[in-house]
Design a protein around this ligand. Structure first.
Ligand SMILES: Nc1ncnc2c1ncn2[C@@H]1O[C@H](COP(=O)(O)OP(=O)(O)O)[C@@H](O)[C@H]1O
Ligand SMILES: [Mg+2]
Length: 253
């Protein structure tokens, strides 16, 4: 049983069944330096959890840890009822963790279609299912359908972000991890990404961890938040408890 306690101390219990990802007393770092210290976090099923904090507090390191790209020095992670600590990144991906890293690493030399097709091949789904998944992605991000033959590298930053998210969605993850999806992107595309998150939520079969500096976006899109400072969780709660006091203390530069 994991307990989500908001920052005023009101406890709201979640049963194990309601939690997709549970991070328990997790510590990790690089070589000699410990970055994450006893981080505990619960991502409920079908909810969007904002992971917030100033630059350098360890947000990306935590996401990399969830994906299995950083090795733990303590604690554990349970995904969909299964301990994943000893699993390599590709195994975690196959269990349903989809990761769109900071800086959207699409294949710049491949066309939009080829970028998407890499995911479809990895997923190994039959043609009909592949078509259905592609159509869902085109519905979320129509520009991708218009640009199938363009090289990924010539797209705008926002279009590349849409491609990176679309590619992750083709694998039908249970958990979608987005690291600063609006970084350096024009407002019209930010709106489309926000709408995509609403659409994902409405479908109701995916959770999202959203690392985001743009607070209006984070607030609109998320159900809950966690704030990291120097590698530890200092605050958590329902998103409407993210007030100006917390923002001033932990989030503004
Ligand atoms: N590959 C790495 N090797 C060593 N230190 C790193 C590496 N990546 C990040 N760090 C350090 O870990 C800390 C947390 O970084 P990061 O997780 O990227 O923070 P955030 O995403 O919150 O900005 C920083 O002090 C950063 O310098
Ligand atoms: Mg980061």
């Amino acid at each position: 049983m994991n307990t989500m306690t908001d920052y005023e101390g009101k406890a709201k219990k979640l049963s194990d069944d309601e939690i997709l990802l549970s991070i328990d007393e997790f510590s990790a770092g690089y070589d000699a330096s410990l970055i994450l210290k006893n981080v505990s976090m619960a991502v409920p099923r079908n909810q969007v959890v904002a992971l917030l904090g100033r630059n350098g507090v360890g947000k990306t390191t935590l996401l990399n840890s969830i994906m299995g790209l950083v090795s733990a020095s303590g604690g554990s992670m349970t995904f969909n009822g299964r301990l994943v600590d000893s699993l390599a990144p590709d195994r975690r991906a196959r269990l349903g963790i989809g990761y769109v890293p900071q800086g959207r690493d699409i294949f710049p030399g491949l066309s939009v279609w080829e970028n998407l097709n890499v995911s479809l091949r990895v997923s190994g789904v039959a043609r009909e299912e592949a078509e259905a998944r592609l159509n869902e992605v085109y519905e979320l991000f129509p520009v991708l359908k218009e640009m199938l033959k363009r090289k990924g590298g010539v797209l705008s930053g926002g279009q590349q972000q849409q491609l990176a998210i679309g590619r992750a969605l083709l694998l039908k993850p249970k958990l979608l991890i987005l690291d600063e999806p609006t970084e350096g992107i024009q407002p019209s595309i930010i709106d489309q990404i926000e709408d995509a998150i609403y659409a994902i939520k409405k479908k109701g079969n995916m959770s999202v961890i959203l690392v985001e500096q743009y607070l209006d976006f984070a607030r609109n899109a998320s159900d809950r938040f966690y704030i990291l400072e120097r590698g530890s969780v200092v605050r958590k709660g329902e998103i409407d408890q993210l007030d100006n006091d917390l923002i001033a203390r932990y989030l503004t530069v």
